[in-house]
Design a protein around this ligand. Structure first.
Ligand code: SF4
Length: 388
C-alpha cells in the first residue's frame, strides 16, 4: 500500500504546548453488556453533587493554559447543557483557555434532540463524538445499546442543524455474529452520515463481560481472526476513498478534523484530568483520581485530594511511552526529532528488535521516519511490545 512520506514530527500540525483537559462523567442510562469503563447508573441527585465536586476540583487546579476540553464517560450528554456550561466556566475561571479551544462532548444518540444539542452548542461545546457502534438494530440490541440505528442517523442530522461542524462517530467491529458484509454495511452507513471524524474499535471481550454469557446462551460467536483483519483493512480503504484519511490505528478524519485532544495522548502531550477515575499527565508526573463516584465527591467536598496515585515517570518510561503511543499514528515518529527531544537514538537502542518487523513489512523506516504499515497496525500489539 502506498504510504505518504511525512516531513517532520508535527505533520498533523497539532502539537502545542497548551494542555488538554479531560473531564470524566461516570453516568449511563443503561449499562452495556461489554462495557469495562468507570461508570454507573444515572442518578439525578448524585449527578448534581458530582458536578459540584467537579467544579471544586477544577477550581483548585494549577493555573495554566489549555486548548482542548474533552468530556468523556460514561455518558456526558446525560448532563444538562447548563451543567456543561458551568464546568466550562469553572475551567475558564482557573485556566487560560484558548478562544479557539476544541471542546468535545461524548454523546449517546438517545440522550439528545436538536434543542438539547443547540443548548450544548450555546454552552461552548464545538465537537460531538457520538457512540453509534452499529447501524444494524440487531447488533445494537446484542450489545445492550438502547438507541436504534435510525436514532443515530437522526442525532447526526440534529447535530448539523444545531450548528456543529465537527462531528465524530464511533463504530465497533468484530461484533458477535457479525459477517464481513454486515460490517461493511456499517461502514457505508457511516459514510452516508457524513461525519468529519470516525473511530473504529475492535470489540474486546473482557473476562467477566455479561456479553460473553449472552453469546454462550444464544450461540453467537465472533468471526475468525482472518475476517477481523479483512474488516479492518477493507474499512480503512473504503473510508479513505470517501475522504476520511486514517491518521491513527483506529481513527480517520477529514483533513484538519483530527481530534486535537486525543493527538495529545499519542504525541506525548500533557493533560489535566478531573473526575472519578480520571488520569492525567503533566510535567512527567502521571496521576489518577479515586475511581468511586461517592469516594471522589467526599474527598473533594472535604477539601481533600482526590488523587489516589501520583508517580513521576522515569526518563526511560517517558521514552517507551512516547514510542508506544507515537507509533500508533500513521505518520509514526521522526527519529531525528525524537533524539532531539529525548536524547535517545531509537534505532541504536531498539533496531535489532525492530528489524524483523521491518523485514516482515509491518514497519517502515524511511529516512528519519519510522512508522507502522497498515498490515503492521493489525499486529501493533506484537510490534509495540518491543517498547514495554
Ligand atoms: S454507554 Fe458507554 S460507558 Fe455507558 S455502559 Fe455503554 S459502553 Fe459503557
Amino acid at each position: 500500500m502506498a504510504r505518504r512520506a511525512p516531513k517532520d514530527s508535527s505533520d498533523l500540525g497539532l502539537r502545542t504546548s497548551a494542555l488538554g483537559i479531560y473531564v470524566h462523567i461516570p453516568f449511563c442510562s443503561a449499562i452495556c453488556n461489554y462495557c469495562n469503563f468507570n461508570r454507573g447508573l444515572y442518578d439525578a441527585a448524585l449527578k448534581s453533587r458530582y458536578v459540584e465536586a467537579l467544579r471544586r476540583e477544577i477550581g483548585s487546579a494549577p493555573e495554566t493554559s489549555a486548548d482542548t476540553i474533552f468530556f468523556g464517560g460514561g455518558t456526558p450528554s446525560l448532563l444538562e447543557p447548563d451543567e456543561i456550561a458551568s464546568i466550562i466556566r469553572a475551567v475558564r475561571d482557573r485556566i487560560v483557555l484558548d478562544p479557539a479551544a476544541e471542546i468535545t462532548l461524548e454523546t449517546n444518540p438517545e440522550t439528545v434532540d436538536r434543542a438539547k444539542l443547540e443548548r450544548f452548542r450555546g454552552a461552548g461545546v464545538n465537537r460531538l463524538s457520538f457512540g453509534v457502534q452499529s447501524f444494524h438494530d440487531d447488533e445494537l440490541k446484542r450489545l445492550g445499546r438502547i438507541h436504534s440505528a435510525e436514532r443515530a442517523r437522526a442525532a447526526v442530522r440534529d447535530a448539523r442543524a444545531a450548528g456543529f461542524d465537527n462531528v465524530s462517530l464511533d463504530l465497533m467491529m468484530w461484533l458477535p455474529g457479525q459477517s464481513v458484509d454486515a460490517w461493511m454495511a456499517n461502514v457505508e452507513g457511516l459514510i452516508a452520515a457524513e461525519p468529519d471524524h470516525a473511530s473504529l474499535y475492535l470489540l474486546e471481550l473482557y473476562p467477566n463481560a455479561p456479553l460473553k454469557e449472552d453469546m454462550a446462551r444464544a450461540g453467537w460467536s465472533q468471526a475468525p481472526d482472518d475476517d477481523a483483519a479483512e474488516m479492518y483493512l477493507r474499512a480503512m480503504e473504503r473510508l479513505e476513498s470517501a475522504g476520511l484519511r486514517q491518521y491513527e490505528i483506529s481513527n480517520v478524519a477529514r483533513p484538519g478534523r483530527e481530534s486535537r485532544h486525543n493527538v495529545k495522548y499519542w504525541q506525548d502531550g500533557e493533560w489535566l484530568a478531573f473526575g472519578c477515575g480520571a488520569h492525567g499527565t503533566v510535567a512527567g508526573v502521571r496521576s489518577k483520581n479515586v475511581s468511586g463516584t461517592e469516594d471522589y465527591i467526599a474527598r473533594v467536598t472535604n477539601g481533600g485530594d482526590p488523587v489516589s496515585e501520583r508517580r513521576r515517570l522515569s526518563a526511560n518510561e517517558r521514552v517507551e511511552d512516547a514510542l508506544f503511543t507515537g507509533l500508533r499514528l500513521v505518520d509514526g515518529i521522526d527519529l531525528d526529532g525524537f533524539r532531539a527531544r529525548y536524547g535517545v537514538n531509537v534505532w541504536e537502542k531498539y533496531g535489532p528488535s525492530l528489524q524483523p518487523y521491518v523485514d516482515a513489512g509491518w514497519l517502515v523506516r524511511d529516512g528519519s521516519r519510522l512508522s507502522l504499515t497498515r498490515a503492521g497496525m493489525l499486529m501493533a500489539n506484537e510490534v509495540l511490545a518491543v517498547f514495554v
